[in-house]
Design a protein around this ligand. Structure first.
Ligand SMILES: Nc1ncnc2c1ncn2[C@@H]1O[C@H](COP(=O)(O)OP(=O)(O)OP(=O)(O)O)[C@@H](O)[C@H]1O
Ligand SMILES: [Mg+2]
Length: 314
């Protein structure tokens, strides 16, 4: 668990982080959002002690981080730096291997891990021997994120990790992130400017402005009950209903049925969102869809007039 208590960071006259309180439970993914310069990156750097705090406390599993050796502390945290932060004179392989080497992993274990990560991030194995300046922006960013995961740390600090990626690669990595969360349950602090990404990945989202946290809530609560006009504007513009509908799987609104269901209707996988159901109905000009399970067996029906429900507690 990460706890920030009355945490501040002062640069000269200005406070980049201004008395914030934030608790991120073990296994939780917390997203930080807010305008440029509001203190998101500074908050991450305070957590791994790359910069000193001016006042307040940072506790990890009930221990003040000042009590840890700074180097040991950072070895236990993956840090994907905003804008990649790769070492320019090191190859991709050496960049990825940075923390495992410091931890004394064997050559073989490191090589296996590098191969695994390149594959996971859809990078050609030959990329390993290249230098950062020989990569595209999106490739470099993926190497930066791969490096943060290399030693499988329990805590991940990710600063706009998918910002430079095309929509297809970004969606694939977001889904990979969700998979990692459902299996390995890391404690993650994730910065993004993409509100849909925040809603998709965040267990809870902290909205920052001018160094302060305005609201820290679940995606659903932020959309339904924004605590201020600023939060409302950040999340609400135009398609609030569609954003909400993207949070719930269609299985939460369907009518389950044990009897045979007509498969002549358009079908939708049970874990797709209500938003996707809406889209399919509009596209196929239909008022009902058959919901399919993972084995592609029909398990229920969802109708147009059920779509507004959704899981209100999700
Ligand atoms: N080392 C530093 N010295 C002085 N001021 C700094 C330093 N680092 C950050 N700042 C200032 O602190 C404020 C917060 O910066 P920070 O990098 O945390 O913003 P951010 O929310 O990550 O913004 P962005 O979305 O643009 O990345 C900014 O006004 C920035 O100029
Ligand atoms: Mg930043």
């Amino acid at each position: 668990m990460i706890e920030l208590q009355d945490l501040s960071c002062q640069f000269g006259e200005s406070r980049a982080v201004d008395r914030i309180n934030l608790t991120i439970n073990t296994g939780e993914l917390c997203v930080l959002v807010g305008r440029s310069g509001c203190g998101k990156s500074t908050t991450l750097r305070l957590i791994n002690r790359l910069i000193p705090r001016s006042s307040g406390q940072i506790r990890i599993d009930d221990q003040d981080v000042e009590q840890f050796d700074a180097r040991q502390l950072r070895l236990g945290m993956g840090y994907a730096i905003q804008g990649t932060g790769l070492f320019p004179h090191w190859t991709v392989a050496r960049n990825i291997a940075m923390v495992p080497r410091l931890l004394g992993w064997s050559r073989q274990r490191i090589d296996t891990r590098i191969r695994e990560l390149l594959e996971l991030f859809d990078l050609d194995p030959a990329t390993a021997a290249r230098y950062p300046h020989q990569l595209s922006g999106g490739q470099a960013q993926r190497v930066g994120v791969a490096r943060s995961l290399a030693a499988d740390p329990p805590i991940l600090l990710m600063d706009e990790p998918f910002g430079a990626l095309d929509a297809i690669t970004r969606e694939a990595l977001q889904n990979e992130m969700l998979r990692i969360q459902s299996t390995l349950r890391k404690t993650v602090v994730f910065v993004t400017h993409d509100i849909d990404e925040a809603l998709k990945l965040g267990d809870r989202i902290a909205v920052m402005d001018q160094g302060q946290i305005l609201q820290h809530d679940t995606p659903s609560t932020l959309l339904r009950e924004p605590a201020s006009e600023f939060v409302d504007r950040l999340f609400g513009t135009g398609d609030r209903g569609l954003k909400l509908a993207s949070l719930y799987p269609v299985s939460t609104v369907m009518t389950p049925t044990k009897d045979a269901v007509s498969t002549s209707m358009t079908t939708i996988p049970h874990d797709e969102s209500v938003r996707q159901a809406l889209s399919l109905m509009v596209w196929h000009d239909t008022h009902a869809l058959t919901v399919m399970d993972d084995r592609r067996e029909p398990i229920g029906v969802v109708r147009w007039d059920q779509l507004a429900g959704g899981d209100r507690n999700a």
